[in-house]
Design a binder for this molecule. Structure first.
Ligand SMILES: Cc1cc(N2CCCCCC2)n2ncc(-c3ccc(F)cc3)c2n1
Length: 239
């Protein structure tokens, strides 16, 4: 009798290894970021083919501002490059783009393109491509606590009303539908760290690590990880 398959609805990826990938090719780090950007489109379409409903990608963390200013400037322009190149394909594939993070801290050009892209794809009903952009999980949780604290101070909420579900609803991931907790988190490039990504949301997620740098992570690698996930025995904290 075939083993029950887990349905993978929400996949999250920490797309690591771009700088080292470029260095190995005697190229500047930004060459790896550019290759990595093209791979985002490839893996988005592959995820859609595999029936994944939400794909959350860690594009820029709140800690990344500490990188050299030239690199930050390049990264801030990647969304512009990405949508210039791929918006037609995203529309053809009915992909809905969501960007979560502290967007009001972005340079105006970056802020505009992310807002426009969400608006342009808002009526799409296919795969949700969710970029975590200027995102940090501890800051996200802190913001949620401040919101709930404000509701209590305003008399709109009692501390008794605070539940795990209510906290989840105040996190950034709550804005894009029922699959807000990832079923599987993949990190590329061999590092086995979470790096302040979706700390609350991955409480019961399966974790998987690829030795490949993000630019080399291809459709076959994704299919292998998804098939492996489907055979795993999900516990959700139970025995
Ligand atoms: C900062 C950054 C870095 C970035 N890399 C490529 C992927 C690997 C990670 C580092 C470099 N990519 N790739 C796509 C985007 C993006 C972000 C928001 C958006 F609305 C559309 C596209 C991106 N953003």
């Amino acid at each position: 009798m075939s083993k029950k398959k887990n349905q993978l609805n929400h996949l999250a990826i920490i797309m690591d290894g771009n700088g080292r990938w470029a260095k190995k090719r005697h190229q500047p780090r930004v060459f790896g970021h550019r290759e990595g950007m093209d791979n985002v489109e490839r893996i988005t379409l592959a995820a859609d083919e595999l029936g994944i409903k939400v794909l959350t990608l860690y594009a820029f963390s709140t800690e990344n501002w500490a990188r050299p200013k030239e690199e930050v400037a390049y990264l801030m322009n990647l969304p512009v490059r990405f949508f210039d190149k791929y918006m037609p394909t995203l529309m053809e594939n009915n992909v809905k783009v969501n960007i979560m993070g502290y967007l009001d801290e972005l340079p105006p050009k970056t802020y505009d393109i992310v807002q426009r892209s969400m608006a342009e794809t808002a009526n799409n009903t296919g795969l949700v491509l969710n970029f975590a952009f200027n995102y940090g999980s501890r800051r996200e949780i802190t913001s949620a606590m401040k919101e709930l604290g404000g509701l209590i101070e305003a008399g709109a909420l009692s501390s008794e009303d605070i539940t795990e579900d209510l906290i989840s609803k105040h996190l950034m991931t709550a804005r894009f539908g029922p699959y807000s907790d990832p079923d599987l988190l993949i990190r590329t490039s061999g590092e086995q760290r979470i790096s302040n990504f979706l700390l609350w949301q991955i409480a019961y997620s399966e974790l998987a690590f690829s030795p490949k740098a993000w630019p080399d992570f291809n459709e076959d690698d994704l299919k292998m990880f998804v098939e492996n996930y489907q055979t795993r025995n999900r516990r959700f904290g139970k025995v």
